[in-house]
Design a protein around this ligand. Structure first.
Ligand SMILES: CC(C)(COP(=O)(O)OP(=O)(O)OC[C@H]1O[C@@H](n2cnc3c(N)ncnc32)[C@H](O)[C@@H]1OP(=O)(O)O)[C@@H](O)C(=O)NCCC(=O)NCCS
Length: 290
């Protein structure tokens, strides 16, 4: 058994990592993301590997520049913490997490998103669950703009993927309450594996919205534009009149529209190590989570 890093650079380790991921995180993968050149230096998984070269457990970090109330702050988002079911309870995650956390600098904000099986797990490592809000916009003045300039992006099409990649790198942050400056690689991972059918190009403005419809509600996962205020100008193009409610998966203060904060049910799974220097209502962008 050995603890390894440098997984992206080592072909055998990388393959073992790609085999491991869907065995522990159902339905997820990193293969195509890597093959399309999206894996950045800032995403650094570590693994425990057996003598045959199989990955038994992983923990990773993504180094980011986050925005906290408009201030740029260095951050480490912990990710991909998992152990194959048959190897759990042997201290592998503890060893890996301690190694990942040792890389944090004193001024880093260290945070992660968990799930409902690990509420008691992360507090053992100094993390505390933090309450986020959900942001809702009730559309009272709904108009049919007559615009048919929306086009679904098909990521299998290389041109559409490049359109998304290019804007993901150039876009301005949708929020400065608790947001991120440089999360294009994470967004592209979500685009490939989590919301592949939710990406829509608004052709006149060149903006891209990631959204899913649930009856008369639309869940807005992200909005990509050089100027997030574009949203207010094209809202009636983006949503047909029957959409009465928009639910934003980020704090939408830069979009130029009115909205309300409400409690999240169930609460989200944001954990912060130490203290998050932020009060009031916020939600970290969904497509920047790992
Ligand atoms: C949660 C998980 C990563 C733990 O991995 P593991 O290798 O079994 O963990 P370890 O053996 O290193 O345990 C470390 C400590 O956490 C405790 N622990 C392990 N799983 C726990 C859980 N689900 N809840 C609370 N405590 C837990 C252990 O008792 C141990 O405590 P100690 O070191 O203080 O004695 C593993 O169960 C897993 O892969 N789950 C599925 C994937 C997942 O949900 N990952 C989290 C994504 S955010």
């Amino acid at each position: 058994m050995r603890l390894v890093c440098g997984i992206r650079e080592d072909a055998a380790l990388r393959e073992a990592f790609f085999d491991f991921v869907p065995a522990v995180f159902e339905g997820l993968s990193f293969r195509e993301w890597y093959e399309r050149g999206c894996w950045p230096d800032s995403y650094r998984p570590k693994a425990i590997v057996d003598d045959a070269g199989s990955v038994l457990a992983t923990a990773a970090s993504s180094r980011l520049r986050v925005l906290v109330d408009g201030r740029v702050q260095s951050a480490l988002q912990v990710a991909t913490v998992g152990t194959r079911p048959e190897f759990r309870g042997r201290g592998f995650s503890r060893r890996l997490l301690e190694s990942v956390l040792a890389e944090a600098r004193p001024d880093d904000l260290v945070f992660l998103y968990g799930n409902d099986t690990v509420h008691e797990f992360y507090p053992r490592f100094g993390f505390r669950r933090v309450v986020e809000k959900e942001f809702v916009r009730y559309r009272t003045d709904r108009r049919d703009s007559g615009c048919n300039a929306l086009r679904n992006l098909r990521l299998a099409d290389g041109n559409d993927f490049e359109t998304l990649r290019s804007l993901a790198h150039r876009r301005a942050p949708v929020t400065e309450r608790f947001g991120v400056l440089d999360y294009a690689p994470i967004l592209l991972w979500h685009a490939l594996y989590v919301v592949p059918t939710a990406l829509v190009l608004h052709q006149p403005s060149g903006s891209i919205i990631a959204m899913s419809r649930e009856g008369d509600r639309a869940i807005v996962h992200d909005f990509l534009s050089g100027d997030p205020g574009t949203f207010a100008r094209i809202e009636d193009d983006l949503f047909p009149p029957e959409v009465r409610e928009l639910v934003f998966e980020f704090t939408p203060e830069k979009l130029g529209v009115e909205y309300e904060a409400r409690s999240l049910h169930p609460p989200s799974d944001l954990y912060v190590r130490g203290t998050l220097p932020l009060s009031g209502d916020f939600q970290f962008p969904a497509l920047a989570r790992t």
